[in-house]
Write a protein of this length. Sequence first.
Length: 177
Amino acid sequence: MTDTFRLDLETIRERARQHMDEGPVTSTYSADRDTILKLLNDALATELVCTLRYKRHYFMAKGINSEAVADEFAQHAAEEQQHADQLAQRIVQLGGSPDFAPAGLASRAHSEYVEGETLTEMIRENLVAERIAIDTYREIVKYIGDKDPTTRRIFEEILAVEEEHADDMADLLEERA
Ligand SMILES: [Fe+2]
Ligand SMILES: [Fe+2]
């Protein structure tokens, strides 16, 4: 017996006309939307805190004439900002509202905002933050599984970039050892 895959188009077409106000969220969306929105909003807070920390480090490093390191910080700040945008966009797609409220930002974020006094301290704090992000995003990817492939893919894409960031910071730290 051959295993045939057939789409029940009639049912799908019928269902698509129901709850149109839900946008891309259809009745086969099997994730717990509130949980997904909470994960997305906490990740958004994380990315915003990371953006701010890298921004501060960029200006501080520039001030002490460490141009190469400053450039690296600036690039990371821009990428964290992009991650925040991706997450906010997904939150809206799922019918939620992105939380940009500055109050409580630090406590919603997974990673911490540590300023660091010296260049080496700044690099080390960024590495710590990246490693926290990597662990939390990896857990989130595992939790989402097949329940919401699009959100999972967003987290996977971001995770890959955080791994690059951690690698960059580890290299900078090694150069200074
Ligand atoms: Fe990020
Ligand atoms: Fe990062």
